[in-house]
Structures are given as C-alpha cells and as structure tokens.
Design a protein around this ligand. Structure first.
Ligand SMILES: Cc1cc2nc3c(=O)[nH]c(=O)nc-3n(C[C@H](O)[C@H](O)[C@H](O)COP(=O)(O)O)c2cc1C
Length: 185
C-alpha cells in the first residue's frame, strides 16, 4: 500500500530530479513526485537555482554496468548538496533487488559522498529490442557473450534459456517499490 500522506518527507522542501534513458526511472520519479504533490524534473531541465529552496533532494537514475549513471550531477554539485538530505534511487535489472544491496552506491561515488547518501535500488525494466546501438553492443559483448559461447558452441541448455530470457521484454516496475523512499525518516 502506498502512503499518500507520508509523514517523514516534508513535501514542499523536496526536489525530485531524474535521468532516464528508457523511461523506467522517469516513471518512478513521477510516482514519487505525485505522492509528494510536487514536480519531477528531468536532469536535462535542471538548473542550479532549483537547489536553493529545498532541504531534501531525491535523485533518480539507472544502474548501468555496475554503476549508477549520471552521478556526475551529485559530484559536480556536492558543495551545495552536502548540507541537504540526499536520497538516490536507481532502476536496476534485478527484480529481487532490496535496499540492503548498497554495493553499487559504493562503486559509483567516493566514500566521502556515498556515506552521506541514502540509496534505494529499485526493480526496473529491460527490453533488448528497444535498446540503442551502444547498449545492444554492450549487452552483446558483456553478459550475452559468455552465454552465447556456452549455448552455441557447447550446447549448454541453461545458457540457451538465459540467452532467450535476455531477448524478452521484462518490466518489474511497481508503485509499491517507492514506499520505503516516501516513508524514509
Ligand atoms: C547496457 C546495459 C547495462 C546494464 N547494466 C546493469 C547492471 O549492471 N546492473 C543492473 O542491475 N541493471 C543493469 N541494466 C538494467 C537497467 O538498469 C534497467 O534497464 C533500467 O530499468 C533502465 O532505466 P531507464 O529505463 O530509466 O533507462 C543495464 C541495462 C543495459 C541496457
């Protein structure tokens, strides 16, 4: 159940900013913003003035090859962000991800910054056929490469199944996943 009136985040003070290539993170950012009766800003529309009147920043992005994308936003503006409450959420390709999985945060930012951030990884979505050229290339020469070798050369049945699964569209996004962010103290 979504708490439409979260007590722990003061909605007028919250700035929601997101970067989303395929729309998953945007969906989450909009759900969060709606629940807080505020607006979600695409990072492309971000201007430094938006940071002036907020005490909490919720920044959303996605996980890409083991790191949170666009964290440069945080690094570049850390001087202004460091005295605020910073919540980062990221869409992932893991349907079973939990907030205990903090490794990606640590891999994405220096510890001087990451230790001051509250990180919420969320189940995202993935559709191989909608990926752009670069992402298809990365998938083919990353996770799919070894599976293809196992499946095609060694005839490994499990690898064949995993390879087929990577060609399927999946969407694990769900509104309930944002509850820990809204009720975060
Ligand atoms: C090339 C590529 C690499 C990815 N790497 C990871 C990864 O390392 N870990 C992970 O959990 N998800 C990974 N993902 C899945 C994305 O995080 C997921 O698709 C996310 O929902 C995309 O967000 P967006 O729709 O806002 O762009 C990857 C996706 C692509 C296309």
């Amino acid at each position: 159940m979504i708490d439409d009136n979260p007590k722990n985040l003061k909605r007028s003070d919250v700035l929601v900013v997101y970067a989303s290539k395929y729309g998953t993170t945007k969906r989450y950012a909009q759900w969060i913003a709606e629940s807080l009766s505020t607006e979600a800003f695409d990072l492309k529309r971000f201007s430094i003035g938006l940071l002036q009147s907020c005490s909490t920043v919720i920044f959303g992005s996605s996980v890409h090859i083991g790191k949170i994308k666009n964290v440069n936003f945080i690094k570049k503006n850390w001087e202004l962000l460091s005295d605020k409450q910073i919540i980062v959420f990221a869409s992932t390709g893991n349907p079973k991800i939990t907030t205990k999985d903090q490794a990606v945060l640590k891999a994405s930012l220096p510890s001087s910054i990451s230790q001051n951030i509250h990180y919420f990884p969320l189940p995202g979505a993935y559709d191989y056929h909608k990926l752009d050229f670069t992402d298809k290339f990365l998938m083919n020469f990353g996770p799919m490469r070894n599976l293809r070798i196992k499946a095609l050369i060694r005839g490994d049945e499990k690898a064949k199944e995993q390879l087929a699964a990577l060609h399927q569209a999946v969407d694990w996004t769900n509104k309930e996943a944002i509850t820990p962010i809204l009720t975060f103290n």
